[in-house]
Design a protein around this ligand. Structure first.
Ligand code: ADP
Ligand code: MG
Length: 253
């Protein structure tokens, strides 16, 4: 469903993404793991047509993102790492605004907004101001927003960051439900253990390069057998059986 071929993105002399190859199958939850500054957001922004690659190619549902932007955007829901601020906007107004922006007819909007509110468990908050929501609820609202045009593919940039444990569990349950609905999901994090148990596959990116891709958390494998376990260079085994990806290389912009 998502195919990334030799993707490179440079900013001046900085190589943010370097020769990245990655395939994500339809219906999979793929965890894109790496420390801050590794190139996750840059890759995701290219996937959703917000940024042009320097070289290489990306296909979503067989469509080249640089040539078929409009068709790609119809199939993709993107949740950025930071949501804007929406003073004085209520939850349902916020969602209706995006429904309108996606070109959904006026008479269909309410049913769609009600549906995503239910799915993300925000029905009781529909009249609350967006700014008054907890971080966990705001993240669920961000997901509700990207579901409005019923995209096949969800690209979620660090949706679990800053959530308390309970909100993180709720987020995980919501992601499972979305997988059930047949969505293909790419989700990033700088903490592997945050995602490990819900991901079908993971990829670890460091300094713009993929250092591991495979199945998470099973059989710590000898170095150099990438389909079984992360290589030693990708991080060390953490006590919980997870892999600790090294501390942030540099801070989030
Ligand atoms: N628009 C930009 N201009 C210049 N440098 C950028 C820009 N966006 C990202 N970078 C740099 O590219 C690298 C990768 O950043 P990013 O993709 O945001 O990483 P991550 O999301 O994994 O934290 C970082 O060194 C960052 O400073
Ligand atoms: Mg980022």
């Amino acid at each position: 469903m998502i195919e990334i071929k030799k993707l490179t993105k440079t900013f001046g002399s900085l190589v943010a993404v370097s020769d990245l190859d990655l395939q994500i199958g339809a219906g999979d939850i793929f965890g894109f793991i790496g420390p801050n500054g590794a190139g996750k957001t840059t890759t995701m922004r290219i996937l959703v047509t917000l940024m042009e690659p320097t070289s290489g190619a990306v296909f979503i549902d067989g469509l080249d993102v640089t040539k078929k932007g409009k068709e790609v955007r119809r199939r993709v829901g993107y949740m950025p790492d930071f949501m804007g601020v929406y003073d004085d906007l209520k939850v349902f107004e916020y969602l209706e605004f995006f429904a309108a922006a996606f070109g959904i007819e006026y008479r269909k909007r309410k049913a769609i907004v009600d549906g995503v509110l239910e799915l993300t468990d925000l029905v009781s908050k529909q009249d609350a101001l967006v700014d008054s929501l907890s971080r966990g609820m705001q993240q669920r609202l961000g997901l509700a927003r990207v579901l409005i045009h019923d995209p096949k593919v969800l690209i979620l940039d660090e949706p679990a960051s800053g959530l308390d444990p309970r909100a993180r569990i709720e987020m995980r349950e919501l992601l499972r439900e979305l997988k059930w609905m047949g969505k293909t999901i790419m989700i990033s994090s700088h903490i592997l253990s945050e995602l490990e148990e819900i991901c079908d596959r993971i990829g670890i990116i460091e300094h713009g390069q993929l250092v591991f891709s495979g199945t998470p958390g099973r059989n710590p494998a000898p170095a150099g057998s990438p389909e079984q376990g992360p290589r030693a260079s990708a991080g060390k085994r953490a006590p919980g059986g997870g892999v600790a990806v090294g501390p942030a290389a540099d801070s989030e912009r």
